[in-house]
Design a protein around this ligand. Structure first.
Ligand code: FAD
Length: 405
């Protein structure tokens, strides 16, 4: 039987960070993962360049049934702290858009930093290794049954992530374990995911696959909904692009989404103004504002001839077009699911975890971190910042815990 101070299950973003911190505080840490390849989600993130944080990350960028939970860990480990870590390892980066930081090199640079940090903490690796069962005895020790024998530890950190992209090793392990120890779950669903539409509703737009433009998207009420100004991408089956991924995390099945295709101007006033002093065809005018292919399909779906002159169209018709452009209302019939979702919304209810340490309020020595818990970030580096911050909080706390256990 192998024995350690701390066992961390899941060698992804949060698990590696946590193991490195606890190991560097002098504890004997084992890091276990069932996958052959290390930190696959970091590798594929940010188009292979890992959008590793966001300069403006704060509690307002996260969804949770318990919105204040993430505050403490995020305040104690900030984007600057992770940037300082990369700098120590000579990894360089650039800002792309709205505070999103990407590696100049590839995502592998981030994986190597975490791996080297784990090595500096003498973390023992057990990969690929599947944990079949977790037992907790009267003395408070955890025993993990694995196919290569049992492993015991004083503290157990669960960092096995959410359900998105099962093809690269995502499982419901964290949720099952949480339930085993009496924790409640907040309903899970795919988030940061493309939205789909009933084939009949989408038929007129399916030919526009590949068209993209910057729009304003909104869904839900003022209290529970959200609004984003980002790019929209039309696909064969529906909508994708950064704006749609953002809104998907807030979208509730059955609810509509609203898209303002011309967020920079008042479409109705602009159309009415264009009536005077011009003999332009409406399709030509709209093509200045939105991609030409979209302008044509748009007019067709509103039964307005593309060659109609703006000056000849009644004000009522122009108002109808203007209103539709600034408030295109659509009701998705679903999402592309976990197969395409970047993250999982929901997860382990944080009301039974300590926000300072990530430790279970039910079982001393048991910690849950990263995407497995009900903290879901926006698109743009926020999810990794949560993984780093919750990993550091638990790493420091479990290192302290095992001294007294
Ligand atoms: C395509 C894609 C792109 C993304 N891009 C970005 C980005 O650029 N920026 C950003 O901030 N976020 C991004 N994300 C989200 C981000 O990758 C995750 O939020 C983050 O990796 C979560 O970290 P984690 O450590 O909690 O889980 P993970 O990184 O998913 O790690 C979980 C680990 O647990 C292991 N595991 C799972 N089940 C078991 C089990 N039963 N036994 C043992 N091990 C197990 C897995 O193999 C994995 O190694 C992206 C996600 C995807 C899918």
């Amino acid at each position: 039987m192998e024995s350690f101070d701390i066992a961390v299950i899941g060698a992804g973003a949060a698990g590696m960070m946590c193991a490195a911190v606890a190991g560097q505080l002098g504890r004997r840490v084992v890091l276990i993962d069932h996958s052959q390849r290390l930190a696959e989600k970091i590798r594929i993130s940010g188009g292979g360049r890992c959008n590793f944080t966001n300069l403006y990350a704060g509690p307002a960028n996260f969804l949770s049934a318990n919105p204040h939970f993430c505050r403490s860990a995020l305040a104690r480990y900030t984007p600057r702290d992770f940037m300082a870590l990369l700098k120590r390892h000579h990894v360089t980066w650039h800002e792309k858009h709205k505070g999103q930081l990407f590696c100049d090199q590839s995502s592998d640079a981030v994986i190597n930093v975490l791996k080297n940090e784990c090595d500096a903490g003498r973390v023992a690796w057990r990969t690929p290794l599947a944990v079949e069962q977790v037992r907790h005895d009267a003395e408070g020790r955890f025993t993990l049954d694995t196919h290569s024998g049992p492993i015991t530890a004083r503290a157990l950190v669960v960092a096995t992530g959410g359900l998105s992209i099962p093809k690269i090793g995502a499982t419901d392990f964290a949720y099952r374990l949480a339930k085993q120890f009496g924790h409640k779950l907040i309903d899970t669903r795919p988030a940061l995911v493309p939205l789909t539409f009933a084939p009949a509703d989408w038929e007129p737009f399916s030919a526009l696959s590949g068209v993209s433009l910057e729009v304003q998207l909104a869904t839900g009420s003022k209290k529970t909904g959200a609004e984003f100004n980002e790019d929209l991408l039309l696909t064969h089956r529906g909508l994708s692009g950064p704006g749609v991924l953002q809104i998907s995390s807030y979208w509730q099945p059955g609810e509509p989404i609203q898209i303002n295709l011309l967020p920079e101007q008042d479409a109705t006033s602009a159309l009415l103004e264009a009536k005077t002093g011009t003999r332009r065809q409406i399709a030509n005018l709209l093509s200045e504002w939105v991609p030409q292919r979209l302008a044509h399909v748009w007019l067709e779906t509103h039964q307005i001839p593309a060659e109609a002159r703006v000056a000849d169209l009644p004000d009522k018709t122009l108002r109808r077009v203007g209103e539709a452009l600034s408030r295109w209302t659509l009701t998705p019939n679903g999402t592309e699911g976990y197969r395409k979702a970047e993250v999982t919304r929901g997860g382990i209810d944080t009301r039974e975890l300590s926000s300072a340490t990530m430790m279970s309020a039910r079982t001393p020595g048991l910690y849950f971190i990263g995407e497995a818990v009900d903290v879901t970030g926006w698109l743009g580096g926020y999810n990794f910042q949560w993984a780093w911050a919750s990993g550091v909080a638990a790493g420091q706390a479990c290192a302290e815990y095992v001294l007294g256990a």
